[in-house]
Ligand binder design. Structure first.
Ligand code: FAD
Length: 448
């Protein structure tokens, strides 16, 4: 029996798992196990709309199990990888630890928000990287409106009603646009707040927005935002954040209780202690077949990996588009190794294009040589992302969310959650569920 273990249930991990699931559906000599710390995959292009309340959080996160027929899914946190002994250490929740051995391993653990560039950012900012962040931002925005309604203190109102976003990439642009829609749409329920009291500031640090696409589209976004209520500070970043303020690189101190950090990602910290070849940023280094350097049975992809461009100069960008294609190639290559075939496939891919939603039925899109903006780009954005959803039920759910949003007023219900209490597996070490986890059952599970 050969066991293939996939760490991470994001775009790359799920794409590889889906390929292997099909390839070995009827092969009883191969076991596939997917490990991830949530039982859903986050459809990140929809996160800004979750933060803005246009899409229900559940609708942006398809369950990983729905992609798998043969493969086993196990909700667990990866604690460590031991390449020498071919094992992975797992946190099974409620204090239980497990160990899983593998014959072939895929590391697809992604990245986390990098708050390192500003003092206090890690303590006082939220990212826009996962479902919890998006959920938190929506609740936070509504809480600020509720608090502002109950105070006449002008300084406090200014802090509560000022929202700052750091970063001018897709997450920053889409995040602030969705936040603006939410806040202005909600104001009809808050008669004590004047629209002019709301301040939204985008500090991209760089001289442009959306640096990955045609500069003309970036300029279009700046112009649109400035005409709305979003104050874009090109070339300005954030140096420090406190509970009540953000200090800009210009020295200006902005009073604000809500600073959203989208200015950078870093490799998943789980990989810090892993003794596999990495570059200076901590990303795993791989060859063109996506095998980790000098480890032919370990593969890596996506945001935690430096995937070399075929020309040998530079690396593929950390995008879902790339991670999905990398996942399919890893799936193929592992299947070939399992079947003792020597020729592996090299990963090459040219991105189709990119798009950013700007709220208010506006977007920008660059598809090959074609540039779109405004309403046509917005239709293209929604059409493309709806089509890319994994199944019809998700498409229907999100389609209905969008239709509801066209006609219904903004929903201002707050659902307070403690964002530190990430979901953990609810089973106990002695429960039958824990014992039946492949590779974590008899003999291998080690309750701590
Ligand atoms: C707001 C936002 C919008 C984006 N929009 C786009 C877009 O429009 N187009 C595009 O191409 N890209 C977009 N991206 C980038 C894209 O989401 C990433 O490049 C992509 O998710 C990378 O895929 P991955 O498989 O490497 O990692 P991920 O998709 O991040 O998956 C990592 C997986 O590992 C799991 N995991 C992490 N740590 C552990 C652990 N210790 N134990 C167990 N499991 C763990 C996570 O839960 C997750 O399931 C966007 C990103 C963000 C944040």
């Amino acid at each position: 029996m050969k066991r293939i273990v996939i760490l991470g249930g994001g775009f790359g991990g799920v794409a590889a798992a889906a390929y292997l699931d099909r390839a070995f559906r009827h092969d009883t000599a191969v076991e596939i196990v997917v490990i991830s710390d949530t039982n859903f995959m986050v459809y990140t292009p929809m996160l800004a709309e979750v933060a803005g309340g246009t899409i229900e959080p559940r609708h942006a996160v398809p369950p990983i199990r729905s992609f798998l027929k043969k493969a086993h899914f196990r909700e667990a946190g990866v604690l460590a990888i031991d390449p020498k002994n071919r094992t992975v250490q797992l946190d099974l929740g409620n204090g239980a630890r497990g160990q899983l051995s593998y014959d072939y391993l895929l590391i697809a653990l992604g990245a986390v928000t990098n708050f390192a560039h500003a003092t206090g950012a890690a303590e006082h900012c939220t990212g826009l990287k996962d479902l919890f962040d998006a959920f938190f931002i929506r609740n936070r925005a509504l809480t600020m409106l509720e608090r502002a309604e109950t105070t006449n203190d002008p300084q406090l109102r200014r802090e509560l009603l000022t929202f700052v976003v750091a970063g001018g990439g897709y997450s920053g642009v889409e995040g602030i646009a969705a936040l603006e829609d939410l806040l202005h749409g909600a104001l009809r329920f808050y008669p004590g707040i004047r629209p002019s009291e709301l301040r939204l500031i985008l500090a991209p640090h760089g001289p442009r927005l959306l640096e990955e696409i045609d500069p003309r589209l970036g300029e279009y976004v700046v112009e649109k935002f400035q005409r709305r209520t979003i104050d874009v500070r090109l070339g300005v970043g954030i140096t420090a954040v406190t509970e009540r303020s953000a200090t800009l690189t210009t020295g200006e101190v902005i009073p604000s209780r809500t600073v959203i950090w989208t200015a950078g990602i870093k490799v998943n910290p789980v990989l810090h202690g892993v003794t596999l070849p990495k570059n200076k940023h901590g990303a795993l280094t791989v060859n063109g077949y996506l095998q980790v350097t000098d480890h032919p049975t370990i593969f890596a992809l996506g945001d935690c990996t430096a995937v070399p461009l075929p020309e040998g100069q530079g690396f593929y960008a950390p995008t879902a588009q790339n991670a999905i294609r990398e996942g399919a190639v890893v799936g193929k290559n592992i299947a070939r190794l399992v079947r003792n075939k020597s020729r592996l496939q090299t990963f090459t891919y040219k991105p189709i294009g990119s798009m950013a939603s700007l709220g208010q039925r506006q977007a920008v899109a660059q598809l090959g040589g074609l540039r779109l903006s405004g309403l046509p780009a917005w239709f293209a954005w929604r059409g493309a992302y709806l089509a890319k959803l994994p199944n019809w039920s998700d498409r229907i759910r999100i389609g209905l969310d969008w239709i509801t949003d066209l006609f219904a007023p903004v929903d201002i219900v707050q659902i307070p959650v403690d964002r530190r209490s990430r979901l953990t597996p609810s089973f106990t070490p002695s429960s039958p569920l824990a014992a039946s986890a492949p590779g974590t059952g008899s003999g291998e599970k080690q309750p701590s």
